[in-house]
Design a protein around this ligand. Structure first.
Ligand SMILES: [Cu+2]
Length: 501
């Protein structure tokens, strides 16, 4: 598309919204234990897919501005401009691909958001698959097309690897007489796609157990991809050469493709299963172990799980029946990895069901939003959740003073130590790193959390020396939010850091 036409379209689309100014942290009783949701925010589309971009903006896509299925536009929210309409822009998808129900992740080496697969309409019927590869550039807010994948994919998963490659799993290939993309592919930036013909499987990402629907794959400490199936069976995918796949030793309780799993610590996955069950899978030892932990409070089909700045896991949304307003979980809950216990937390205003989303933001809040297309309600809106760590521990319900990061590097290599200069009323108690997320369909397998060790710089009360990630299987290349915490456990706004070669 001609750039001047594009710019004009952007201006026209964005001028339809009126600014409401900056958001402020809401206050209220119990905020220090339950957190709070802010007011409902209008969104220019249904945010079916959301990604935190390298510049701290949030990309969303998946519906039209009318809230109808169809990823022909990309919406970009700039949180530093507040939550009003002027903080959003909408740009046309320049190559007219429908990215509805695609898979997406940020490519570390280019900063582009890779959007793979999606939807096609044939004879006025929707949900046919496409093999399109789109690249969204956050510096121009424009998506452009590249050479396609070998397979059409509707509902694929993308897994960022230690060398910067991206492994693509699953998705439906043909619709009328259904076939599935049972051959994984590897995308190498600036090179292209390679099919893993040695790792074809109907069990791991094909017809069996609906395993083709956004397979839950995670880069593990051993450098391979661990897949926890919706039906419980685990798999190991090694993308080396032509790829190979073996069954894992673990079979988890039956789950659902509408229930989330999250890598909340290096090599550790909290997985929500059917019947409110939860398990922790530990991939750190040569043999994976599984531990049953206390379950969630309700069934929560189409809930989302988000690792917070402090390593706790926030679960929001869902209902007792998939995409129905029956047993809606307005409440939320936080899982503490230290105690493995859940705490019921604040209520949202809006049900968050199918095609809803959650994403940790650089200011340690959580963007929750979307739902619909199809669904009982069309949620062209979002709500920001403010976790308990943002509040004073004195019962006042007031926001706590936050430490601030004054100076930290923009990028890091592995095994690097670096200084962070800060302002805080009390000494720093923790430094954490959370990988920027890409979420859709109750899945956000890009997010990962780690604690960083640090020492106070001698004679300098405002500088800590931090040791960055040492292991690229635990911290693959990409964009990360670094938070510092004060003695009260209050996190700073993060510094976005690019971990790269
Ligand atoms: Cu979908």
């Amino acid at each position: 598309m001609n750039k001047s036409i594009l710019l004009l379209t952007v201006l026209i689309l964005s001028s339809a919204f009126v600014s409401k100014g900056w958001s402020t942290i809401p206050t209220g009783p119990e905020a220090e234990t339950k957190g709070l949701f802010g007011p409902v925010i209008s969104w220019p589309i249904i945010p079916i897919h959301v990604t935190l971009l390298p510049n701290g903006n949030v990309l969303s896509f998946g519906s039209t501005v009318a809230g109808v299925q169809g990823g022909y536009v990309n919406a970009v929210w700039n949180p530093s401009l507040g939550t009003g309409a002027s903080a959003h822009i909408v740009t046309p998808n320049a190559i007219h691909t429908d990215t509805f129900c695609a898979g997406q992740t940020v490519i570390s080496s280019t900063g582009e958001t890779l959007m793979l697969g999606g939807d096609a309409k044939i004879n006025n019927k929707r949900n046919y698959s496409i093999a399109d590869a789109n690249f969204f550039d956050h510096t121009t807010n424009v998506a452009m097309t590249g050479a396609p994948m070998a397979f059409k994919r509707w509902y694929p998963s993308l897994v960022a690897m230690a060398n910067g490659d991206i492994v693509i799993l699953g998705g439906r290939d043909e619709k009328d007489i259904p076939t599935y993309a049972t051959t994984p592919e590897v995308f190498t930036p600036n090179v292209g796609f390679k099919s893993l013909t040695g790792a074809v499987s109907n069990d791991a990402y094909g017809v069996n157990g609906a395993s083709w629907k956004y397979p839950r794959g995670y880069l593990a400490p051993n450098g391979k991809v661990f897949i926890i199936g919706h039906a419980g069976q685990s798999f190991w995918l090694d993308p080396a050469g032509n790829g190979s796949l073996v069954k894992g030793n673990i079979k988890a309780p039956n789950g659902a493709w509408s229930l989330p799993s999250v890598m909340y610590a290096p090599g550790k996955i909290l997985s929500i299963r059917a019947k409110k069950q939860a398990v922790v899978l530990d991939l750190n030892a040569p043999t994976v172990t599984m531990k049953t932990v206390p379950g969630i409070s309700s069934l929560r089909f189409w809930s989302n799980a988000t690792v917070l700045a402090d390593g706790k896991v926030f679960v929001n949304g869902g209902s007792d029946f998939g995409n129905q307003l029956i047993g809606v979980a307005y409440n939320t809950e936080i899982w503490n990895p230290a105690t493995e216990q859940w705490t019921i937390t604040a209520n949202s205003t809006i049900p968050r069901l199918y095609h809803s989303n959650a994403l940790l933001l650089p200011d340690a809040t959580v963007l929750t939003g979307g739902g619909g297309a199809p669904g009982p309600i069309k949620n062209k809106n979002a709500e920001i959740y403010y976790p308990p760590y943002l509040y004073k521990n004195d019962g006042s319900g007031l926001p706590a003073d936050r430490p601030t990061i004054d100076l930290a590097p923009d990028s890091l290599v592995w095994n690097q130590s670096f200084n962070v200069t800060y302002t805080s009323a009390t000494p720093i108690s923790r430094v954490t790193l959370v990988r920027s997320g890409s979420a859709t369909h109750s899945m956000n397998n890009d997010q990962r959390f780690m604690e960083l060790s640090f020492t106070q710089v001698a004679g300098d009360p405002n500088t800590v020396n931090v040791v960055g990630p040492t292991n690229r299987n635990i911290a693959p290349p990409g964009y990360y939010m670094m938070f510092i915490f004060d003695q009260n456990g209050v996190p700073s706004i993060s510094k976005l850091i690019h971990l790269q070669d």
